[in-house]
Ligand binder design. Structure first.
Ligand SMILES: Nc1ncnc2c1ncn2[C@@H]1O[C@H](COP(=O)(O)OP(=O)(O)O)[C@@H](O)[C@H]1O
Ligand SMILES: [Mg+2]
Length: 158
């Protein structure tokens, strides 16, 4: 397990972090996103999707549909566990198959369905520190995710 923090002063910083992460994420990865309503979980997935060549406007909060899929060279699955009743409802979405398939799986409110997530993953908690500032607390478990985290600081560009 390794950790790293990033202080974003504004959305531009959030974009920089997402762009750097998008360059490093492996073909198949599960990323858990924690943080209060409005912290920026969806905004961060939008930035990652855009960095991977998806149309950012297509990435909207999956709060009501529970999962959104964006196909292409870099498939993205975007889950939101906020409204789920229990683990079974999450598993019924077929999450285990999604997690095993090539592509990036992002899970908003991942702390609510932690037992359903693979042990090897990247967790990102977004903490609101001001109107436009956020602290990103990253935790990597497993050698692949830990390698991503180790390379991330050097991958940040202005
Ligand atoms: N540095 C920042 N990073 C991300 N979002 C930010 C930042 N500063 C302000 N915001 C705003 O915070 C809101 C985050 O909303 P959203 O991504 O939907 O939150 P969540 O999915 O965590 O509920 C957006 O309106 C976004 O414009
Ligand atoms: Mg959201």
């Amino acid at each position: 397990m390794s950790t790293w923090q990033f202080e974003a002063t504004d959305e531009h910083d959030t974009e920089r972090l997402a762009a750097a992460l998008a360059r490093l994420l492996p073909e198949r990865v599960v990323v858990g996103l924690e943080g209060t309503l409005g912290a920026g979980k969806t905004r961060f997935v939008q930035a990652l999707a855009a960095a991977a060549g998806h149309d950012r406007s297509q990435v909207v909060s999956p709060t009501f549909v529970l999962v959104q899929e964006h196909l292409g060279d870099r498939p993205i699955r975007h889950f939101d566990a906020y409204r789920l009743r229990d683990d079974d409802e999450f598993l019924a979405l077929g999450v285990e198959e999604y997690f095993d398939a090539p592509g990036w799986s992002f899970v908003e409110w991942s702390d609510r369905v932690e037992r359903c997530l693979p042990a090897e993953r990247l967790d990102i908690r977004i903490v609101v520190t001001g109107e436009t500032s956020r602290r990103f607390e990253l935790r990597a478990a497993g050698s692949e995710a830990e390698a991503v985290l180790a390379r991330l600081p050097a991958g940040l560009t202005r």
